[in-house]
Design a binder for this molecule. Structure first.
Ligand SMILES: Cc1cc2nc3c(=O)[nH]c(=O)nc-3n(C[C@H](O)[C@H](O)[C@H](O)COP(=O)(O)O)c2cc1C
Length: 206
């Protein structure tokens, strides 16, 4: 697409004649010219134009909605979980304590960050021990999928040490492969997971 200056005298000549300085921005004229004279309509589709605009419009009172549910045998006021973030760092104890207190107050669930440092003696367990701040919350332990190779006892230890109701296994092979000291070997990992889950004393959810 080749854009040419709009016909007629140039804006700067006109400005001088009218004794003004730049009353209009020439590029704004070009924008209008482009829209008038070129095919600028996008053919890309978001798919949303095929939906009836009012299909999602509520026809009920929000007071009628019960957002509470049960998760891992515990009551949640909202089906929301604070995802695994930290553990084992200098500030982790304060952060996890505050998250646990917030989870209790809001009636939501919480997971601790990767327990690898704790299980390998590279960090004190204190920052993961948040059960005392929220007896009623669904609390989840956290390790990587690659850690299932370390055996059932390793995984169970992560759960039981912090009195969790279950465990989240994070699936981040690229990050692990790139980070120093990360897990590099994923051969046969899904088979190891299947083996570990055979008779695992916690129910499985996907
Ligand atoms: C600072 C930080 C630390 C994290 N640490 C962990 C972790 O230890 N274990 C884990 O499973 N995910 C960890 N995550 C990933 C988060 O739990 C979450 O999956 C990710 O931030 C994407 O979630 P979002 O789309 O809700 O932001 C971490 C994320 C951040 C930003």
């Amino acid at each position: 697409m080749h854009i040419t200056q709009a016909k007629g005298s140039s804006p700067s000549k006109r400005s001088k004649r009218m004794g003004t300085t730049k009353p209009y921005s020439p590029i704004k004229d070009v924008h209008v010219q482009v829209c008038l004279n070129h095919n600028v309509e996008s053919k890309a589709s978001s798919g949303l134009e095929q939906k009836a605009l009012l299909a999602g419009f509520p026809r009920f009172s929000s007071h009628e909605i019960d957002t509470s549910t049960e998760f891992l045998g515990k009551r949640l006021e909202l089906p929301v979980l604070i995802s695994p973030l930290t553990g084992g760092g200098r500030q982790s104890e304060r952060i996890n304590r505050n998250l646990a207190i917030a989870a209790k107050e809001l009636g939501i669930g919480m997971a601790v960050g990767s327990q690898k440092p704790m299980l390998e003696g590279k960090a004190r367990p204190d920052s993961y021990l948040v059960r005392k701040h929220g007896r009623s919350i669904p609390l989840l332990a956290n390790l990587g999928l690659a850690h299932v190779r370390r055996g059932r006892e390793y995984i169970l230890k992560a759960i039981e040490w912090i009195e969790a109701d279950g465990i989240i296994l994070y699936v981040n092979p690229l990050q692990e492969m790139l980070q120093q000291g990360g897990e590099a070997d994923y051969t046969g990992i899904l088979e190891s997971l299947d083996d570990m889950l055979e008779g695992f004393p916690y129910s499985r959810s996907k």
